[in-house]
Design a protein around this ligand. Structure first.
Ligand code: G
Ligand code: G
Ligand code: MN
Ligand code: NA
Length: 252
């Protein structure tokens, strides 16, 4: 229908924007990273959430356009924020179809390079989030692609990691450097599962992010279990760049 007809060219019309949601280091409360989340500012329908167009984009050959736009905007922020002397990482969600082709790698090579202060983005500030359920069927195909990304100096994060439906061995095979705990286990405060996931990750030298943190009790659980970083409405909701920057300045 309408969204499907209008999505091609949305990036070229500058209708795709990125919202930012902070991640804090639990030990210090400092903002150390932000997740970039796509939004479509449709001229007639207003702000459209990604669940309404990302799956469609993935299935209809439009994910390079959508994902490329998110990557460009995110790397512009990495560059700008580094110039301002703000040491923050930016996490970008990557769909499996983006990894399969060359386009994503070409886009990356266009925007990455050099250290902070130069005209390009510092790859060590870029985190690429791969959803574990997507990658799981095809580890043999995905792992070399992730290796090629890692060689460029970016961080690979496994999103929506849930002990229940996942094979931890496959996460090892993907050679990720960060795990994001599925929101479900944070919300349910499934302490045993969260503890096991954190212990597994730390045993492998992986950093752990707890997401979907909506209240102090959930944050306290993550702190007590040694989780490294937290993201969620308790800290801040996703917001457009200017609003996020204002929030971050106020948060110190
Ligand atoms: O806030 P939220 O509604 O932003 O996001 C909903 C879902 O859409 C999440 O699973 C999120 O990972 C996904 N998503 C948001 N932005 C992007 C993006 O740029 N690329 C991909 N592949 N997924 C995204
Ligand atoms: O990429 P991923 O599937 O992890 O996307 C994160 C999703 O979680 C986005 O849709 C984002 O808006 C949403 N989100 C972030 N923080 C919270 C939270 O505290 N509670 C809930 N319910 N959703 C959140
Ligand atoms: Mn994510
Ligand atoms: Na997630």
């Amino acid at each position: 229908e309408r969204l499907a007809a209008d999505l091609p060219g949305a990036a070229a019309r500058n209708e795709l924007v990125v919202y930012f949601q902070p991640q804090i280091e639990i030990g210090t409360g400092r903002v150390v990273a932000v997740e970039a989340l796509s939004r479509w500012e449709h001229p007639a329908l207003g702000t459209v959430m990604p669940d309404a167009y990302i799956p469609f984009a993935e299935q209809n050959g439009l994910m390079h356009e959508v994902g490329g736009s998110v990557l460009m905007d995110s790397c512009a922020c990495i560059r700008d924020w580094a110039r301002e002397g703000w040491n923050v990482e930016v996490a970008v969600n990557v769909a499996p179809v983006q990894l399969a082709g060359d386009r994503f790698f070409e886009d990356l090579d266009g925007v990455l390079g050099g250290a902070s202060g130069s005209s390009v983005a510092d790859p060590s500030r870029l985190i690429l989030e791969i959803t574990e359920s997507d990658a799981i069927d095809d580890v043999d195909a995905v792992a070399p692609r992730l290796d090629a990304l890692r060689e460029r100096g970016v961080t690979i994060s496994i999103d929506d990691f849930g002990i229940g439906h996942s094979s931890v061995q496959r996460v090892v095979d993907l050679r990720a450097t960060e795990l994001k705990l599925d929101r479900d286990m944070v919300v349910r405060q499934a302490t045993g599962v969260v503890a096991a996931a954190i212990d597994f990750a730390h045993g492998r030298g992986l950093r752990v992010v707890g997401e979907g943190v909506e209240n102090e009790s959930q944050l306290r659980m993550l702190a007590e279990l040694g989780c490294d970083r937290a993201q969620g409405y308790l800290i801040a909701r996703p917001a457009p760049r200017a609003a996020f920057e204002g929030w971050a300045r106020a948060a110190g």
